[in-house]
Design a protein around this ligand. Structure first.
Ligand SMILES: [Zn+2]
Length: 150
């Protein structure tokens, strides 16, 4: 999808949901859409800087709240970890909670989604969505840090 076309679609969606389409809001939505995984507000800020469109955290939080209120996004929070946000249209997701750094990460896996789908078909369940939580000793970041330091 072209950038222009995507912008146009987001604007149309915002109009439909009665959200004022400011540039900052469109960018936050775009970032969430493009990564197709859950992000913390800090990660959204970092990506917006990389895109050359710095958005301050207060604006990001305000935008995320609007997206939550309008039913366009979901928020996940576990214990003291930073909350992660994803779009409602995002595919079924895996939530990974790291015991070591206490972070919460969200990702997606096609093979896993297929297995869950097959399970549902077998048991005559109609799957709408799933969120699977994995409690791990070390997340990928921690793992990389450990293997780098040894
Ligand atoms: Zn970790």
């Amino acid at each position: 999808m072209s950038k222009q076309h995507e912008m146009h679609e987001i604007r149309a969606l915002f109009r439909q949901k009665e959200i004022k389409a400011t540039l900052a809001r469109i960018i936050v939505y775009q970032v969430l859409k493009q990564v197709a995984q859950g992000l913390t507000a800090y990660e959204i800020e970092k990506i917006s800087i990389e895109k050359g469109q710095r958005i301050n955290l207060a604006t990001i939080y305000a935008t995320l709240n609007i997206l939550l209120q309008k039913g366009l996004a979901q928020r996940y929070k576990v214990l003291t970890a930073q909350a992660v946000y994803c779009l409602n249209s995002a595919p079924c997701a895996l939530l990974i909670i790291c015991s070591n750094c206490k972070s919460l990460q969200m990702c997606h896996d096609d093979a896993l989604q297929m297995s869950i789908q097959q399970y549902c078909t077998r048991t005559v369940l109609t799957l709408k969505e799933f969120r699977l939580t994995l409690n791990v000793e070390y997340c990928l970041h921690c793992h990389n840090r450990i293997s780098l330091s040894t």
